[in-house]
Design a protein around this ligand. Structure first.
Ligand SMILES: NC(=O)c1ccc[n+]([C@@H]2O[C@H](COP(=O)([O-])OP(=O)(O)OC[C@H]3O[C@@H](n4cnc5c(N)ncnc54)[C@H](OP(=O)(O)O)[C@@H]3O)[C@@H](O)[C@H]2O)c1
Length: 391
């Protein structure tokens, strides 16, 4: 009641307030009341974060966080922005191309998605993008060189710059997305620079969280879609390379959970690979079974040196094709989780397997004759055992 009168006087209705109107508005005030557990004090900065509105997210909920997602215009970025906005986080979405951020706008309530133009080399623009944020995600990455940005510029210098500016502005959390196979001794420049990027981020931002996802699968992925798109006329490494594919939505969920889990995730490294390991051959069989398309024709195994020479020529084109560095990556088995790193279980997430979810992304490759066929009818059940590789 006292609160009602106080509110009324604050809103300029103090003179006319009477007990009946105060009673009427007390139900409104009940919705507005805050509990102690809605308040979080950020460990690094001591900043209070006040949650409000419906518990568990949804329309009109307010998580109290303001997050900047660099690299939001990419594949993983859209799922992360969606998860954050669903929970009522205000999300700053830095973009380079006007058209690349349009799909992000409807993911949050009005005013909750804030697009801002940026350039990786422009410190002022970067600072402007994170000035009001308490969490910064770095999803920026490229697995091929471009005319303007080399691996080093994007994966090391750029990552270090974002982390240093975040530290300078007093941001509470910096969450950097690297790669499961990041390794300073890797023959692949991409994976080497990803590992160097982790170090640059850790040096620049105290308590940075490093996330190492495996190969992501989902609607916009670059491996299930590639496998399903063409008949495979050639392959590398006799299709023996082992992968631990992970669902993009699980990784986005993990990144979202980390934003509130300071005690679990601050200063930690996470290995986020899928629960099962498959060879390329097994994944191709899975894709064939689910799409009813014959993908593996009498494919030729191309030796590494021949493919590298061919891709060096192809790399002269000004649009991204198949870079020599990607050839190296195709020979690289996915690493096991590094000791000392955390995983999905530490965030309370049970990751999906490829065979559980692949149909969502592969059904569109079926012909109309089989489009409605249930997964069981695709022969997948019979062959199921073959898809599980035990190392
Ligand atoms: N996809 C995977 O299978 C996979 C697996 C493990 C780790 N990762 C890592 O996860 C992160 C996100 O992956 P993703 O698949 O979402 O990548 P993606 O689709 O290629 O998106 C990359 C993002 O980085 C931005 N970017 C690239 N170069 C940039 C530059 N020079 N300046 C500014 N922005 C730049 C892109 O912006 P524009 O849209 O403006 O180009 C885009 O938003 C990356 O760090 C990647 O290395 C990915």
């Amino acid at each position: 009641m006292v609160q009602a009168i106080a509110l009324a006087s604050r809103t300029g209705c103090g003179k006319s307030v009477n007990l009946r109107s105060a009673k009427a508005s007390s139900s409104f005030l009940k919705i507005q009341s805050h509990q102690l557990h809605d308040l979080t004090i950020k460990r690094k900065t001591g900043l209070p974060i006040q949650r409000a509105g419906p518990f568990g997210g949804g329309r009109s909920s307010v998580s109290g966080h303001v997050a900047t997602v660099f690299g939001c215009t990419g594949f993983l970025g859209r799922y992360l922005v969606n998860k954050l906005a669903q929970k009522g986080t205000q999300v700053v979405v830095p973009y380079r191309d006007e058209d690349e951020k349009r799909h992000l706008k409807p993911m949050g309530d009005l005013g909750q998605i804030v697009p801002m133009e940026w350039d990786l080399r422009n410190d002022e623009q970067i600072a402007e993008c994170m000035r009001h944020s308490d969490v910064v995600y770095n999803l920026v990455g490229r697995n091929y060189d471009t005319k303007n940005f080399k691996f080093q510029d994007v994966n090391v210098t750029g990552a270090g710059r974002l982390a240093a500016i975040a530290e300078m502005l007093g941001v509470s959390r910096f969450i950097h997305v690297s790669h499961l196979n990041a390794d300073v001794n890797s023959p692949s420049t991409f994976l080497r620079t990803k590992a160097e990027g982790e170090e640059a981020v850790k040096r620049a931002f105290e308590g940075a969280t490093i996330v190492r996802p495996g190969h992501l699968f989902g609607h916009e992925d670059r491996f299930l879609n590639q496998m399903a798109s063409y008949p495979l006329l050639w392959h590398v490494n006799h299709m023996k390379t082992k992968m631990r594919p992970v669902h993009s939505i699980d990784v986005a969920q993990a990144l979202e959970v980390m934003c509130d889990a300071d005690n679990t995730s601050m200063g930690q490294t996470f290995s986020l690979a899928g629960p099962k390991t498959y060879t390329i051959a097994q994944m191709l069989q899975l894709v064939e079974a689910l799409t009813y398309n014959k993908i593996i024709r009498h494919g030729l195994n191309v030796p590494k040196f021949a493919l590298k020479t061919a891709t060096k020529v192809a790399d002269l084109a000004w649009w991204p094709m198949f870079s020599p560095d990607e050839v190296e990556q195709r020979y690289h088995d996915d690493k096991a989780d590094e000791p000392g790193t955390l995983g999905f279980a530490d965030l309370g997430i049970e990751p999906d397997t490829l065979e559980e979810r692949a149909i969502l992304y592969l059904r569109r490759y079926r012909s109309n004759l089989y489009f409605e066929q249930p997964v069981e009818g695709s022969g997948m059940k019979l062959k199921k055992q073959r898809y599980h590789v035990v190392d």
